[in-house]
Design a protein around this ligand. Structure first.
Ligand code: ADP
Ligand code: NA
Length: 350
């Protein structure tokens, strides 16, 4: 049978922000209690949008430091960077031959990131979801915690697993590698699991502080649009003070947040940070002005982020520990990956 296992990754490009923390890293920490987890710095993905990166080694260390500072335990679980385990690229190639071009062309993230000049986007940007499927399935991961923005990519991972299982069904069976697979209600047999996304909970999509229609993102050119994990208390308070809002007071009911995306986002951030329902936050702050709510939100954010950022700086001051964690993680991830690649090569016929 397939061991329940969690895999997720974060790209080493730009500053980690509150969206990454609430939508991903905080969930990674929580899942450690119940699952065997692999957390990966996905550096092969980093060169899809921009080939030449500034200080990739520093960026990789910085994401690793954030993982450790947030509370991920690299002894009980596996923390590593993708390019050190060659199975990711190898399996992605096979998946490039499983996936159809039409599947990739439908990905909204590709359309957004490629922009108008699609013909000039890298082939890697188009094939990105195939590499992501390889990241997950190399470990036959059963669960992937991610933000809502990755939902479509995860569906594609499931499609790739299902097509591989279907196309190679006889060979999987003949090699004695068929195991029970469940996809929703259905049970079948196959080699790869049909991975479940873990997207539920609050803060699945934190929006920009400057534009309630855009998600908070590392790649947004405006630094005021996001709270970085490394921002100090002053910067956090300033960004929240300058966050876009409307002139009305906060509503006391959830219904009152409809058509007020910026207010909804700030209340959502408060609720997620405080681990309280939004309705509860509105019961407390309903009728009050943003001039009162924003300082409370800033205090809450500083209280949670400042210790993480201090701990990150401590790790980064002496990177030898981080480097040792990554080396050990790559060895342990590599052992699982090698076993999968051996099976996959048997199945394909290499
Ligand atoms: P970004 O989209 O900022 O470049 P990544 O693609 O590296 O960040 O995403 C890392 C993780 O953070 C993913 O699980 C992603 O779903 C999550 N994430 C990114 N942005 C947000 C957001 N604004 N709200 C919630 N989760 C997010
Ligand atoms: Na993303």
């Amino acid at each position: 049978d397939i061991t329940p296992r969690v895999f997720s990754g974060v790209q080493p490009t730009g500053n980690l922000h509150l969206g990454n923390y609430l939508g991903a890293i905080r969930k990674f920490v929580a899942l450690q209690e119940s699952h065997a987890c692999l957390y990966c710095v996905v550096d092969l993905h980093a060169i899809t949008a921009q080939l030449v990166q500034d200080d990739l080694p520093g960026q990789i260390r910085s994401i690793t430091a954030a993982f450790l500072a947030a509370g991920i335990d690299p002894k009980k679980h596996i923390v590593f960077n993708q390019s050190r385990v060659s199975g990711h690229a190898e399996l992605a190639w096979i998946f490039n031959c499983v996936a159809r071009i039409g599947w990739m062309n439908r990905m909204t993230q590709f359309k957004e990131k490629a922009g108008k000049d699609r013909e000039n986007a890298s082939l890697g940007l188009l094939a990105y979801p195939s590499l992501m499927a390889a990241d997950i399935l190399l470990y036959r991961a059963t669960h992937v915690p991610v933000g809502d923005d990755q939902k479509q990519h995860l569906e594609l991972t499931r499609d790739i697993a299902a097509k591989f299982n279907f196309d190679f069904a006889e060979r999987i069976e003949a090699a004695g590698l068929a195991v029970p697979i469940t996809a929703g209600e259905e049970s079948t047999e196959g080699y790869f699991p049909i991975t479940e996304p873990l997207i539920e909970g609050p803060a699945t999509r934190i929006m920009s502080l400057k534009d309630g229609a855009k998600k908070m993102s590392k790649s947004d050119p405006s630094d005021l649009s996001r709270i970085n994990l490394t921002d100090d208390a002053d910067a956090i308070a300033r960004k929240i003070r300058k966050a876009k809002t409307d002139p009305d007071a906060l509503p006391s009911e959830l219904d009152g947040l409809k058509e007020r995306p910026e207010a909804d986002n700030l209340v959502g951030i408060f609720a997620a940070l405080a681990e309280r329902p939004k309705a509860d936050v509105l019961a407390e702050y309903g009728g009050r002005q943003f001039s009162e709510f924003k300082p409370a939100l800033a205090d809450l954010a500083v209280g949670i982020l400042a210790p993480i950022s201090a701990e990150m700086r401590r790790y980064l001051a002496d990177p030898s520990h981080i480097d040792a964690v990554l080396k050990d993680g790559a060895e342990r991830a590599g052992a699982i990956a090698d076993a999968t690649m051996k099976d996959v090569k048997d199945i394909v016929g290499f």
